[in-house]
Design a protein around this ligand. Structure first.
Ligand SMILES: [Zn+2]
Length: 369
């Protein structure tokens, strides 16, 4: 069993709490489709590559490490890891904005037009692969132990997740030493005053040192998003279109149509699918050999089917239903009928698909009569 499943569910709980809080406080409509794409964009493939990143770290540490950190005091190792990771992140992030190929990966994160915690989860499928040379390999070469690397990574990613919240406006004296939500909002601005500024992850000093720091200007509101957005809520197109543009290959004509059913029901589908990913990770190491790739493929295709339904494409719904039925049919063969959590979750997925189908059929009937 993998303990990462619980923090994942905690993250989604915070995402929802923030959206409902802002709805109550400011009367803002919940951007369900945007939230679902944010949760879905990297999803299971990104988590797979994160696992690969950890495996590569362990291998490099064992085979190629210079072993410098081994002789150091543990506190020195922690401080080194904290700073080197953050410096590596700064340059990784800056170069992702500078070079077109790297930007075609990072653009997935910047295309989000609503600044909230779910944007902190939005990343490209390949984002872990392009960060490898910057934050992972240097620490492995230094000989920083795997558990220190993992703890430091989790700490930095937690700060970055927090920095995408829409609630905290100002952070007092912390604004002088750390990247705060206010500083990171500036980074997401596509207006000229804010473009390519504030690349830091946790500490502010790298932006100050390398001349890229820009505080928020009082009378210049941040314009979120990118100048050439991908007009789709489908993670397949969100990931592929920037790469197709980079390679100068034909880009399909995309439109963000009316969703197949109300946004809240799309949102429920996204939350259920994210919970299925958490369950998949929770079962890591227990899956029968034949079943793991099967479930991986089911979840991956489901992200695309849900994206298609968000875009108003009819084919998404039968695929979504078929995937839920297939997953529910195969799970008892893996863990028997006593796996209440797993079976309950997949049954909810199937019920969601059936409810959506009923709604679509009722609407069609209503239109015809
Ligand atoms: Zn960026």
């Amino acid at each position: 069993m993998n303990a990462m499943a619980l923090p994942l569910l905690g993250m989604v709980g915070l995402v929802l709490a923030e959206l409902f809080y802002q709805r109550m406080r400011k009367g803002q409509a919940i951007p369900w489709r945007d939230m679902v794409l944010n949760l879905n964009s990297g999803h299971i493939l990104m988590w797979f590559f994160r696992g690969l990143e950890v495996a590569v770290y362990a291998w490099v540490l064992k085979s190629f490490s210079l072993g410098w950190a081994a002789a150091w005091h543990p506190w020195a190792v922690w401080i080194l890891a904290l700073l080197v990771w953050d410096l590596g992140f700064y340059w990784m992030h800056r170069l992702h904005h500078k070079f077109a190929l790297l930007w075609s990966v990072h653009a997935v994160h910047h295309e989000g037009e609503h600044f909230n915690l779910s944007l902190g989860i939005r990343n490209a499928w390949a984002s872990s692969l392009t960060t490898l040379p910057f934050t992972t390999l240097p620490l492995a070469f230094f000989g920083v132990p795997l558990e220190v690397f993992l703890s430091v990574s989790i700490l930095h990613y937690t700060v970055q997740f927090y920095n995408h919240n829409s609630i905290v406006e100002r952070s007092g004296w912390l604004e002088k030493v750390l990247i705060t939500p206010a500083h990171h909002r500036v980074h997401h601005g596509c207006n000229p005053e804010y473009l390519d500024r504030n690349f830091g992850g946790t500490f502010l000093m790298w932006d100050q040192l390398f001349g890229t720091f820009q505080p928020r200007i009082a009378d210049v509101p941040v314009q979120y998003g990118v100048h050439q957005p991908t007009l789709s809520c489908n993670p397949l197109w969100a990931n592929l279109v920037p790469l197709l543009r980079y390679a100068r290959l034909p880009v399909p004509h995309l439109t963000r149509g009316k969703p197949l059913f109300p946004g809240a029901l799309i949102g429920a589908g996204g939350l259920l699918l994210f919970a299925v990913v958490a369950y998949y990770i929770y079962r890591e190491g227990q899956w029968p050999q034949y079943a793991q790739p099967f479930f991986f493929a089911i979840i991956f295709i489901a992200t695309i089917a849900l994206g298609a339904m968000s875009d108003g494409r009819g084919w998404g719904l039968p695929v979504w239903l078929a995937l839920a039925a297939a997953a529910l049919g195969v799970l008892p063969l893996c863990f028997g009928l006593r796996d209440g959590w797993g079976l309950g979750l997949l049954a909810l997925w199937l019920i969601h698909g059936l409810a959506a189908l009923l709604l679509v059929l009722c609407r069609t009937h209503h239109k015809e009569s």
